[in-house]
Design a protein around this ligand. Structure first.
Ligand code: PNS
Length: 177
């Protein structure tokens, strides 16, 4: 079968390779950004899924976390950002995605990630978890550490996008009032 150029363009949206990158993102760090950039080399679309967990009290609200990621990737059509609650596999199914990306920084991440990946496989055997390693320079980085260092007056430049640093400044300024 010969497919001409026009037909090929028409088929393209049907073949879009999508992956979900889920997390708490409280807030997004350069380590997360690095994983999304790497994911974009493999997938046409990365759907960043921000967990809306009523049991947790994050520093940034779900909407704030979504907005920080949206602004970080403003103008990039290959990154969509949305929040989700409930099971990750249900979120993946609703979006017709069967690949979940998770970043692996160190061996210490492995046990939790292994459990989660196998539980998700038990719940939905058609959904695969793909582990990606961030750049070595971000392998020590976590949202929790960023918040702690910032709160104690340490420098977080190079660890988070500039707009996240600004948001942290505002957040902690408001909390001191
Ligand atoms: O950034 P995090 O906090 O490590 O992300 C964890 C996340 C959001 C991927 C995970 O908690 C999750 O998928 N939660 C949704 C609920 C769910 O599906 N639980 C069963 C998976 S084992």
């Amino acid at each position: 079968m010969i497919i001409d150029n026009q037909e090929c363009q028409e088929l393209k949206p049907l073949m879009e390779r999508k992956a979900i990158y889920p997390g708490s993102f409280d807030p997004i760090t350069n380590g997360h950004v690095d994983i999304i950039q790497r994911g974009k080399k493999i997938f046409d679309k990365i759907i960043v899924g921000v967990l809306d967990n009523p049991k947790k009290t994050p520093l940034f609200s779900t909407q704030e976390r979504v907005e920080l990621i949206r602004k970080t990737f403003e103008g990039d059509p290959s990154v969509d950002v949305m929040s989700f609650d409930g099971l990750l596999v249900d979120f993946a199914r609703r979006n017709k995605v069967n690949v979940v990306i998770r970043g692996l920084r160190a061996i210490s991440d492995f046990e939790y990630e292994f459990q989660m990946a196998l539980m998700n496989r038990k719940l939905a055997s058609d959904i695969e978890t793909l582990f990606m390693m961030p750049s070595l320079k971000y392998s020590f980085l976590s949202s929790n550490l960023v918040k702690e260092v910032f709160q104690l007056g340490g420098c977080i430049k190079d660890l988070v996008p500039p707009l996240v640093e600004e948001a942290l400044k505002k957040k902690f300024m408001n909390s001191k009032k």
